[in-house]
Design a binder for this molecule. Structure first.
Ligand SMILES: Cc1cc2nc3c(=O)[nH]c(=O)nc-3n(C[C@H](O)[C@H](O)[C@H](O)COP(=O)(O)O)c2cc1C
Length: 192
């Protein structure tokens, strides 16, 4: 028997926001966003909502909650570091995503010891051990709900082919699984 207006529970047990927020069914990569501004210090936060939004020039967008220290620093400094995490960096993400830069200088934590380098083109610390590092200058912003989307043009970058991305799903961390055989007719969907 099915309830009016719903699909059968057996085929889709998660039907409502009450059962489990549906956004948790997305899988994302995770960035550590670094920021800094003169006389205001530096900071790092975890940000799964970080995407590339144009290829040439390469632009990134990070959605950062208003009221966070990161939001304040990016707004003041006009630049941010996108550090796309490797599958060895879950502990850094967990720490940076559950602590607050107004209360603690996160980058001084031993977790980051030896893992910081100075941005080449921006005045923001960058992190070692990542899949990809992009130094970004804010070009525009967009307000979406409780978050601001900072769109940044990448002015310097570094990729590390030996690292694999960290994945995040339903509050848990994963690494990439098996490589699938490429379907015969598959075309890249990148526009490249
Ligand atoms: C895995 C993970 C992903 C997160 N993704 C986001 C995100 O996309 N946007 C956001 O505003 N906060 C995100 N957060 C929460 C922030 O990292 C968190 O609020 C942090 O304490 C903000 O730090 P700050 O106040 O020092 O800037 C995430 C947290 C975790 C653990």
């Amino acid at each position: 028997m099915t309830e009016t207006g719903t699909v059968p529970a057996a085929s889709d047990p998660v039907r409502t926001e009450e059962a489990l927020p549906l956004y948790r069914y997305f899988t994302s990569t995770v960035a550590l966003i670094t920021s800094g501004a003169a006389d205001a210090g530096t900071n790092v936060m975890a940000c799964e909502w970080t995407f590339n939004v144009s290829y040439r020039p390469l632009r990134m967008m990070s959605l950062v909650k208003r009221g966070s220290y990161t939001h304040e620093l990016i707004s003041a400094g006009g630049e941010f570091g996108v550090n796309m995490c490797s599958d060895e960096q879950a502990a850094l993400v967990s720490y940076a995503g559950n602590s607050h830069g107004r209360e603690v200088v996160k980058l001084d934590d031993p977790l980051f010891a030896g893992g910081i380098y100075t941005g080449k083109r921006i005045g923001v610390p960058m992190l070692r051990g990542c899949v990809l590092n992009l130094e970004c200058v804010v070009e525009s912003t967009v307000e979406i709900g409780e978050h601001t989307g900072f769109v940044g043009r990448a002015v310097a970058g570094l990729a590390n082919r030996s690292k694999q991305p960290l994945l995040y799903n339903r509050g848990r961390f994963f690494r990439l699984g098996d490589l699938l055989a490429k379907p015969p007719a598959a075309e890249p969907a990148t526009g490249e």
